[in-house]
Design a protein around this ligand. Structure first.
Ligand code: SME
Length: 151
């Protein structure tokens, strides 16, 4: 089971040791990906103007390295200012397929503390149906909030 606090503790140790924000964003992806077998693709997009730009990821190569706000699950999360959990992406019209095997997806927004301004998002895909539940969302939120404070 993913443990957001344990991942944040590990990231905090790296930060105190001098890790840069880019290092921490890469480490976050690596630690999240290693936490659950069902996490088949894990990435972080950063918001630049009205485009989500892929910062780093683990999993199959994707064409979606730049996603306009409003497009796909990722862009919709920003446009609607909310996290999104999708049990089965086949049921969606506005979906950008990263891999044909993907079935479920979760997007958790990364926000600056205080203002709540969206600076990016955690995006996870799974080849299993409904792989992401309330627990995953909560633990990922812990990590996203810690990352948001680095902006
Ligand atoms: N599925 C996402 C696109 C990102 S790739 O899956 C990595 C979407 O619909 O926005």
């Amino acid at each position: 089971m993913i443990d957001g606090n344990a991942i944040v503790e590990g990231l905090e140790t790296l930060r105190k040791g001098g890790a840069t924000r880019d290092d921490l964003l890469r480490e976050a992806v690596a630690r999240i990906e290693a936490a659950e077998e069902s996490y088949d693709w894990v990435g972080i997009y950063l918001l630049e103007g009205d485009t989500l730009v892929l910062h780093n990821y683990l999993g199959k190569e994707t064409d979606h390295t730049r996603i306009p706000v409003g497009r796909g699950v990722c862009g919709t999360a920003v446009a609607e200012d909310r996290d999104i959990v999708v049990e089965d992406v086949h049921a969606l019209d506005n979906y950008l397929a990263c891999s044909l095997e993907t079935v479920s997806e979760i997007v958790v927004l990364i926000r600056r503390p205080g203002s709540g301004e969206i600076v990016g998002q955690l995006d996870l895909d799974s080849d299993r149906r409904a792989a992401f539940g309330a627990r995953d969302e909560r633990e990922l939120r812990t990590i996203a909030d810690w990352l948001g404070a680095r902006f």
